[in-house]
Design a protein. Structure first.
Length: 290
């Protein structure tokens, strides 16, 4: 196991300079900026993939699309299980501003749940892939209680604090009733904001929120039945709908430059490689320990 790690590090050290030179060459010689089709583009796809933690890239794309008069409509393609409350809200409100400037269609490509759903609520229309998962409108806070384990290990925490609730949520001991109540209040505020925004954006009755919210996880058809999506269809339909709402009769979709596609593919492949190596390591470790 350690030999594999060592060999990997040695390989990276030997080839780092070569890899760096290749990347520099690509940066210099691959076309940059808009390709020729992008200069004539009148529609754009913006993607939101994975857990929502840092929204900067998506926010930047939304802002650029909003300011680009050539772009008449945007398809917001979502495949996300959610993430942090603040970044999800940030994207949702940015999309709301974009929607006020030009038509937006949100497309649930696989999973559009929790913060992933929140992010797309202000689109003019929401289309869900027939096999997608939608909903999970809820907020959660989790923490382990490590007090028993620490006691067995002979570890005693020491804390100096000011403020009754400064240690609320600590994993070092069981929460006091007052701390739990404080955290429940925090989570409730976040949940009520989430439900309120969904009800307003989707024109749903907030008094009937147990039907469409309450962390229900819906199939695409059930999501349509409760009003969380407008249509159940494929990506090609969502693209046609975007063009229709934008009043575009000859759609030309903005394409990313070869440089952007290269680095995105590189990042995706690298992540897949890392995850694959982790799984292989787990399997090997499991075999060695049996």
């Amino acid at each position: 196991m350690f030999k594999k790690i060592s060999d990997t590090l040695v390989w990276m050290g030997r080839h780092f300079l070569g890899l760096l030179l290749v990347l520099i060459a690509l940066a210099l010689f691959l076309p940059k900026g808009d390709s020729v089709p992008s200069k004539r583009a009148n529609l754009q796809i913006i993607e939101l993939n994975g857990v929502i933690l840092k929204p900067d890239k998506v926010l930047k794309e939304i802002q650029k699309a909003k300011e680009d008069d050539r772009i008449k409509g945007v398809l917001f393609k979502i495949n996300s299980p959610g993430g942090g409350v603040a970044p999800s809200v940030e994207i949702a409100y940015a999309l709301k501003e974009l929607h006020e400037a030009k038509p937006v269609v949100a497309y649930a490509a696989g999973t559009m749940a929790s913060g992933g759903y929140y992010a797309g609520i202000y689109a003019d229309k929401i289309v869900a892939n027939p096999g997608s998962i939608v909903g999970s409108i809820g907020v959660i806070l989790e923490s382990a209680n490590l007090e028993g384990l620490m006691s067995k290990l002979g570890i005693k925490p020491q804390v100096i604090k000011e403020g009754t609730y400064k240690e609320a949520g600590t994993p070092l001991r069981e929460w006091t009733p007052q701390e739990r109540a404080e955290l429940e209040c925090l989570i409730r505020d976040g949940y009520e904001m989430f439900v309120s925004d969904v009800a307003k954006a989707r024109r749903l009755d907030i008094n009937d929120s147990s039907r469409f919210a309450d962390a229900h996880i819906f199939s695409a058809q059930r999501a349509k039945a409760v009003g969380l999506v407008d249509e159940v269809a494929t990506l090609s339909y969502a693209k046609r709908l975007t063009a229709q709402l934008a009043g575009v009769t000859s759609p030309v979709w903005k394409e990313k430059s070869p440089m952007e596609r290269f680095f995105e593919n590189l990042a995706t492949q690298s992540l897949a490689s890392v995850l694959g190596n982790i799984q292989a390591f787990k399997a090997e470790w499991k075999l060695q320990t049996h």
